[in-house]
Design a protein around this ligand. Structure first.
Ligand code: ADP
Ligand code: MG
Length: 603
């Protein structure tokens, strides 16, 4: 507390800080606050996520504005609505003992009239997302011609999201002599450009080294075949029964699909991405915050700035296209002094990216193995034992005990324990007993039989029909209703193409192309003699053995927008035993939010 006082903060803020339970300033706060309080200056502050940047600009801004005036004096721009609301709430909490303070959040997806009304009442501080802010300035609903302080929070992310033009437009309505404070986790070129353009001799502050991740986070990677991604994810979750995680996918579509599959398989999961309505997103976030959701599957944009402490694992289901973003992802865990694990599921072709990330975060990854089925069974058994140990006895049961005792009278304690554990164990055991090793290194037989059960096809359409390998792959996958990794080695030439599927899908492929027309033209498929091995390249899309996927639930989700539709002919033999939902918190309501609305347990 005295430490905060030493930074030059006034009594009303110190009181709020005590209420919030902050004891010592974080490094970025220690460096930024005295300077910002002391003089009118521009500032560029680089600090990773979770280091307390909000307070680093929030406290000085609140101390410097005049609450007696109703003029807008401070503007904070942030990339997403979630973040905007988070900052607003923080600012309100900091300003708890500043009567008359009005902090207003301006963001898209909510009523513009309501927001305009709040502004009219006199907001000394506006926290806004760039899109809506520009819009409201354009309509004359907001006047920032008298602001003295402008914060660009998560500047790297705002630029990543394409807000450059909006920011330029917004700033053109602000006075030249204001102070601009730019906060960012990383410093890509775009950010230095904006700093040069809008700031005058900014004071620079760096916490930790540039772009470096949190020390509290351990980084692990798991090397699997691309098509085993989903199964690998499930195993990682099963091996960590108390997982509370954010799972990152590259696209909205994958995010939705992975979440749907997890829900279907009985996990407490939900999707968070930009195609959800605002109220759906709010519901998802609410359920996540109160732990009804253990696995939040999210896009980078949607998850940006999520400030939920205690996230145990960040799982990179796919690596981001821009490696820099990895820092943001892993920064979702290891917050507020806690430790966390950032896991990456990689295929062979991506392994070199791990080395690139290591350079950026200046930390080494640990190469880990996906746990085997039996290891998971063991973890789950001990988890169950501990859950039983920690369960508070419910005396409401007493009335029924005589009858229960009667039913179980013939068993000894040892037998009873065995039976109780078998309830859980048998389910996992049956599910995992035939599961294969998902780790590439340990999967020798896989490599040896690589070509055995794969079929290569020749197709008489190609580049001149406007296909490239990616779009043809999408096209085939949608047409055949196969999973994304079930069509592979797609090779597009000028007027023809090749692709592979497992032999198991041969009939399906031949059937569909029997009489198939594309824009009036007959499309022919023929089985090629060459298996395509020589063209595979870099380990991507390798073939696989038929029937080797006893784990089931692979990435085979069917057409877009119809995730539940699955083909019965898939290689996991149909009636595999599903296993029960995870986490069984006793107070859990069977209803979670948003797209994760249904929560079923399957046995
Ligand atoms: P960043 O913007 O750098 O990602 P935030 O400002 O969102 O980080 O802060 C992360 C979390 O740490 C928040 O929950 C915040 O309330 C908390 N926090 C910030 N400063 C302190 C502090 N000095 N002591 C304890 N907790 C803090
Ligand atoms: Mg922040």
């Amino acid at each position: 507390m005295t430490a905060f006082k030493a930074l030059g903060l006034e009594e009303n803020l110190l009181k709020a800080i005590t209420d919030m339970g902050f004891e010592t300033p974080s490094e970025v706060q220690e460096k930024a606050i005295p300077i910002l309080l002391d003089r009118e200056t521009d500032m560029v502050a680089l600090a990773q996520t979770g280091t307390g940047k909000t307070a680093a600009f929030g406290f000085p801004m609140l101390q410097k504005i005049d609450v007696k005036s109703r003029t807008t004096q401070g503007l904070i721009l942030s990339p997403t609505r979630e973040l905007c609301l988070q900052i607003t709430n923080e600012m309100i909490a900091y300003g708890k003992y500043m009567p008359g303070l009005n902090v207003t959040a301006i963001y898209g997806g909510a009523s513009i009239t309501d927001q305009a009304r709040q502004i009219k009442r006199g907001a000394q501080v506006i926290v806004a997302t760039p899109g809506r802010m520009k819009d409201m300035i354009g309509r004359g609903l907001i006047d920032i011609s008298k602001i003295e302080y402008c914060v660009l929070d998560e500047a790297d992310e705002m630029l990543n999201m394409g807000f450059y033009d909006d920011i330029v437009e917004i700033l053109s309505h602000s006075p030249k002599d204001k102070s601009t404070w730019l906060f960012s986790a990383t410093m890509p070129k775009e950010v230095s450009t904006i700093a040069k353009k809008f700031m005058h001799a900014p004071v620079e502050i760096t916490v930790g080294s540039k772009n470096k991740g949190s020390d509290q986070v351990t980084h692990e990677y798991y090397l699997v075949n691309a098509r085993d991604r989903y199964n690998a994810l499930k195993r990682l979750a099963d091996a960590n029964p108390d997982i509370f995680s954010v799972i990152f996918c590259r696209t909205k579509r994958d995010t939705q699909k992975v979440a749907e599959q997890l829900i279907e398989d009985g996990y407490n999961a939900a999707a968070l991405h930009g195609d959800l309505s605002q109220s759906q997103r709010d519901l998802v976030m609410k359920s996540f915050r109160n732990r009804q959701i253990q696995m939040l599957v999210a896009t980078d944009v949607a998850a940006r700035g999520i400030d939920v402490d205690d996230i145990t694992h960040v799982i990179n289901y796919q690596l981001p296209d821009e490696i820099e973003i990895y820092t943001h992802r892993s920064g979702r865990t290891g917050r507020a002094g806690k430790t966390g694990i950032s896991m990456v599921i990689v295929s062979k072709s991506e392994v070199r990216k791990i080395r690139t990330i290591e350079k950026i975060i200046q930390k080494q990854f640990v190469a880990k193995e996906i746990p085997s089925g039996m290891e998971i069974c063991e973890v789950q058994l001990f988890h169950l034992a501990n859950t039983i140990k920690d369960t508070k006895i419910n005396n409401e049961i007493d009335a029924y005990l005589p009858k229960i005792n009667e039913v179980l009278a013939d068993f000894t304690k040892e037998e009873l324990i065995k039976k109780v554990f078998s309830v859980e164990f048998t389910r996992f055991f049956n599910y995992y007993k035939k599961s294969k090793d998902l780790n590439i290194s340990g999967d020798r037989s896989y490599a040896e039989s690589e070509d055995k059960d794969t079929v290569r096809y020749f197709l008489n359409i190609g580049e001149k029909d406007d296909f490239d390998w990616m779009s043809l792959k999408d096209f085939l996958r949608d047409l055949l209703q196969l999973g994304k990794d079930d069509v592979y080695k797609v090779d597009v030439k000028d007027s023809f193409s090749f692709f592979n599927t497992d032999a198991a899908h041969q009939e399906l492929v031949m059937g569909i192309f029997k009489d198939f027309k594309l824009e009036g033209r007959q499309v022919n498929v023929e089985i090629s003699q060459d298996t395509g091995r020589s063209k595979g390249g870099g380990g991507r899309d390798r073939g696989k053995r038929r029937g080797s996927r006893s784990g089931g639930g692979d990435d085979r989700g069917g057409r877009q927008g119809d995730f539940k539709k699955r083909r019965g002919a898939s290689s996991d033999g149909g009636d595999r035993p599903r296993f029960k939902g995870k986490s069984r918190r006793t107070n859990e309501r069977p209803q979670s939010a948003g797209t994760g609305g249904r929560r079923r347990r399957k046995v």
